[in-house]
Design a binder for this molecule. Structure first.
Ligand SMILES: *Cc1c(COP(=O)(O)O)cnc(C)c1O
Length: 396
């Protein structure tokens, strides 16, 4: 008999009743060090006092008004995002997928507004992940995402990762209007786009009048040590998708755009009942204030350097278990030689939570507020997990 919850996830047999900073606690009191932060969602960790206080204070005042009216919390968060980024304007939604949907709609509407209705094709890359709606899976094109869900939405061309000639040729096609890409691919195994490639993409977009759409849903909001990952390359997109970390655990997504890219999106062209609700936006403003506060990102970069060095040490110590470390900031991947799911499970035995990803990678995505001491503790637990896997292999 089917479970009351649709069985569309393969879940670990763990269940938590409380979170404290970088720790998650089961009903029996067992504590797990959290190297997942809810898949890059809890940027400030579990139960951050300022976030909790903001949510409580807003809950006492006003939860929801709809977008029939001005929403001051929405304006306040939009102003912060505009102040700190390339963007001129922001639309709020409730998830990354919704931001991806709007990006696709906006890119098409832009061409409509420009009188170039034939330029609807968006170039995307192998290994991409933009969410689970029909448009988002059609954009990614990955077999695992689309199998059995056809017919897919037309209007996407999927390019191999890192094939510059294919990209150059595709960008020059008359039906192409935009390029959509993650600066660091998350789901497919922490694959960063080198800075020079991001610069090259920007140049290519400028050359052919294409919109550059960056999906920073996982790699944004301080995760790589800059507020947004593309800042490392010194370029700006035309449209950017944000979600996960921005809500610090409250469901919140946003699409950021230049005035030019947004010019087709006039009154009545898009909307969301819950999008931009006062609860989510109040929390988002607190998260933004923390991440952009003096020294916050410097600390992320210091901790990221330390974590990376300790992970390299683990790879050296366990060459039969791990192959390499890759990624950026606190968005790191351990490419495994044994099955990544076995490493994640062995971590559970040691009270350590990590996230499996594509390409046999284990994702290490701690809260940006994790301490060096907690990083050290997490490494000890991963070390113990690797030893347990080595012992098991030796016993077979
Ligand atoms: C998580 C993620 C999404 C989808 O976000 P949801 O909030 O799950 O809809 C899209 N793109 C990237 C890069 C992601 O990591």
């Amino acid at each position: 008999m089917i479970s009351p919850v649709l069985p569309s996830y393969s879940r670990a047999n763990l269940s938590f009743v409380k979170g404290e900073g970088s720790w998650m606690i089961e009903a029996d009191g067992r504590r797990f060090l959290d190297f997942t932060s809810g898949i890059a969602v809890l940027a400030l960790g579990h139960g951050h006092p300022k976030v909790v206080e903001t949510l409580k204070a807003q809950a006492e005042k006003l939860w929801h008004t709809s977008n029939l009216y001005q929403v001051p919390e929405q304006i306040a968060l939009a102003e912060r995002l505009v102040d700190h980024t390339f963007a001129d304007t922001v639309f709020f939604c409730n998830s990354g997928t919704e931001a991806a949907e709007l990006a696709i709609k906006m890119a098409r509407k832009y061409r409509d507004a420009n009188g170039e209705p034939e330029r609807t094709t968006i170039l995307t890359f192998e290994g991409a992940f933009h969410g689970r709606s029909m448009a988002a899976i059609s954009a990614a094109g990955t077999e695992k995402l689309v199998k059995g869900f056809g017919p897919l939405l037309p209007g996407f061309r999927h390019l191999p990762f890192g094939d510059h000639d294919a990209l150059r040729a595709a960008a020059a096609e008359p039906d192409v209007g935009a390029i959509m890409v993650e600066p660091v691919q998350g789901e497919s195994g922490i694959r960063p786009l080198p800075d020079v490639c991001l610069k090259g993409l920007r140049d290519l977009c400028d050359e052919h009048g294409l919109l550059l759409i960056l999906d920073e849903i996982q790699c944004g909001m301080g995760r790589t040590g800059k507020l947004f990952a593309h800042e490392w390359a010194g370029i700006t997109p035309d449209i950017m998708l944000v979600a996960k970390g921005i809500g610090g655990g409250f469901p919140l997504g946003a699409l950021l755009a230049t005035e030019e890219a947004a010019k087709g999106m006039t009154a009545g062209t898009h909307g969301s009942t819950y999008g931009g609700n006062p609860l989510g936006c109040a929390v988002g403003a607190t998260v933004m204030d923390e991440i952009t506060s003096d020294g916050f990102l410097d600390a992320v970069n210091r901790k990221a350097g330390y974590l990376r060095q300790r992970l390299e040490g683990l790879v050296d110590a366990h060459p039969d278990i791990f192959e390499t470390v890759r990624g950026s900031g606190l968005m790191l991947g351990l490419k495994c030689k044994v099955t990544n799911l076995d490493v994640v499970s062995a971590g559970y035995e040691q009270g350590l939570l990590s996230v499996p990803a594509g390409d046999n990678v284990v994702r290490i995505l701690p809260a940006l507020t994790i301490t060096e001491e907690e990083i050290g503790e997490g490494i000890s637990r991963l070390d113990a997990a690797a030893i347990a896997l080595e012992n098991r292999a030796a016993a077979e």
